[in-house]
Structures are given as C-alpha cells and as structure tokens.
Design a protein around this ligand. Structure first.
Ligand SMILES: NC(=O)c1ccc[n+]([C@@H]2O[C@H](COP(=O)([O-])OP(=O)(O)OC[C@H]3O[C@@H](n4cnc5c(N)ncnc54)[C@H](O)[C@@H]3O)[C@@H](O)[C@H]2O)c1
Length: 253
C-alpha cells in the first residue's frame, strides 16, 4: 500500500504555491520525499532544500516558458504539474468591471492553459515517457454559490469564478483525451469551501455553510491532500479525465 501511494523523489511543479492550498501541497509533498518547484507571483524562502521557489505570472506565456526552463534545470526532470493558482472577484455581478472579469479569466483559464501547453511541450521536447497533470478546480464549477449562506462573508463568490472553474473541469477532460497518446494523465480536484485559518470567513457564514453541507463544516486544507497524493501517485495510473470532488457532499444535493 505504501508503494502504491509513494511520491518519493517525484519532481512536482506547483503554481500558486504560496497560497493556502498551495502551501499545504508543497508541505505534504516534500514531507513525503518529493521535490517541489513552488511557482507564484513572488518567490519565497521556504527554508526547505526540497523546494525551489520561482516567480512567474502565469497570465504571461513568456514568463511561463521561462519559469519552466528554470524549473527544468533543477532536476532535469518533471513528473507532475499541479495547476493550483486561482483567483476570484467578490463584488456583486452588477459592479463587475471588465478589468476584474478579465483578470479572473486570465489567471484561472488562460494561465492554466499556458501552464499545460508548456508542460506538455517540455515533456515532448525532453522525451518524457509519461506525465501527470492535476488541475485545482472548485465545487463552484459544478453548483452555484448559495447566496443565502453569505450573510456576513465579504467574499461572495462570483459568476466569473464559477464559469472559469467549470472551464477548468472541461479543459481537464479535453486534455485527458488529447494527451493520452503521450501517456500524460490529466485530472481535476474540486475542493469545497476551505476554512482560511489566517483570515477566517465570517462566523455566521461558517455556521450557514455547516447547515448547507452534509459534513456540517468547511474543509481544512490538509483534507484535500489525500486526493492530491492519490492523483500524484501510481495509485491512480488508470484514472484520467476525472474530476475528484472533495466537498463534504456539499454538491450532492
Ligand atoms: N479556498 C477555497 O475555499 C477554495 C475552494 C475551492 C477551490 N479553490 C481553488 O484552490 C486553488 C488555491 O486556492 P487558495 O484558497 O489556496 O487561494 P490563495 O489565494 O490562498 O492562493 C492562490 C495563490 O495563487 C497565486 N496567484 C494568483 N495569481 C497568480 C498569477 N497570475 N500567477 C501566479 N500565481 C498567481 C497567489 O499569489 C496565491 O499565492 C485556487 O485555484 C482556488 O480557486 C479554493
């Protein structure tokens, strides 16, 4: 069983690595012996020899190309790409500016696309025999946010966020089909709402969320790690084009 879920010495590139979920992914993977190239808008001192911190804005394809070149030089190998960087806008839809709409589209969809395209180019150019892409989508790519639960939460989720996450789920299927000939698997994880321990969502919101969710609470970032390890390891060698929903059953009713 240990061997099945083994990710020791795998080389993993993670976008949005400095954020809440990204941080947990980097920690979990390095604790299990993987080498992680942690990509975000700004580099950061991880104080961990198994982490290479690099900066790039994934909206800009030239920056993605450059950061992947630098990442490749580290171990001259890449096993897994985790597209985790994602943003949302929280204003009511009637106030959404074109600039904010484009920003969410550009990070969540275009940025994910640029990372996939250039990871694949890298795999082909370097003769990799296999690849593995994990896209972080969202349960809001499946269901609408329920406006009744956002009483004291300023972070009301937006139409554009859900649309991009639905797009990420669809893009996962597209690439799962089109990259299978290169032996590259592509899957998504759709987390439910994750409690932000540093900047908690409103108390009322958390209570309402608990009433709406069969598991009666928000997720902890660590509770997503089983899904990440499953998709990253050889436990999932025949899993392709799947969207693994980890939302405590929120979207089940
Ligand atoms: N937090 C939740 O409740 C939740 C729920 C479902 C899905 N998700 C998804 O999980 C992923 C991680 O979310 P999080 O909660 O950790 O968010 P977060 O805001 O804590 O982290 C996102 C990270 O992405 C980085 N980033 C933003 N724009 C970037 C760009 N242009 N180029 C490179 N990096 C960029 C940010 O600097 C940040 O470090 C996102 O895709 C998000 O949509 C989160």
């Amino acid at each position: 069983m240990d061997k099945l879920f083994d990710i020791k010495e795998k080389v993993v590139w993670v976008s949005g690595a400095n954020g809440q979920l990204g941080h947990s992914i980097v920690e979990t993977m390095t604790e299990r012996g993987a080498y992680v190239c942690a990509i975000d808008l700004k580099s950061k001192d991880w104080q961990n020899d198994s982490v290479l911190s690099l900066s790039a804005d994934i909206r800009n394809e030239n920056e993605v190309i450059q950061v992947f070149r630098d990442a490749w030089k580290w171990h001259k190998r890449v096993d897994i790409l985790i597209n985790n960087a994602g943003v949302s806008d929280f204003e009511p839809f009637s106030e959404r500016t074109e600039e904010r709409f484009d920003w969410v589209m550009d990070v969540n969809l275009k940025g994910t696309f640029y990372c996939i395209r250039n990871y694949v180019a890298n795999c082909i150019e370097n003769g990799s025999k296999q690849g593995n892409i994990i896209n972080i989508a969202s349960f809001y790519g499946l269901v609408s946010p329920d406006p009744r639960i956002y009483t004291d939460c300023a972070r009301k989720n937006s139409e554009v966020y859900g649309a991009t996450k639905a797009g990420v789920i669809q893009m996962t299927k597209y690439f799962a089909v089109h990259l299978a000939k290169h032996n590259i698997r592509v899957n998504a994880i759709s987390p439910g709402g994750i409690l932000n321990e540093d900047n908690p969502q409103g108390e009322d919101f958390q209570k309402n969320y608990g009433l709406r969710c069969p598991m009666k609470r928000m997720a902890k970032a660590k509770e997503l790690m089983g899904a990440v390890i499953y998709l990253a390891s050889s436990a999932s060698t025949y899993t392709n084009g799947h969207n693994l929903v980890v939302d405590g059953g929120f979207s089940a009713w």
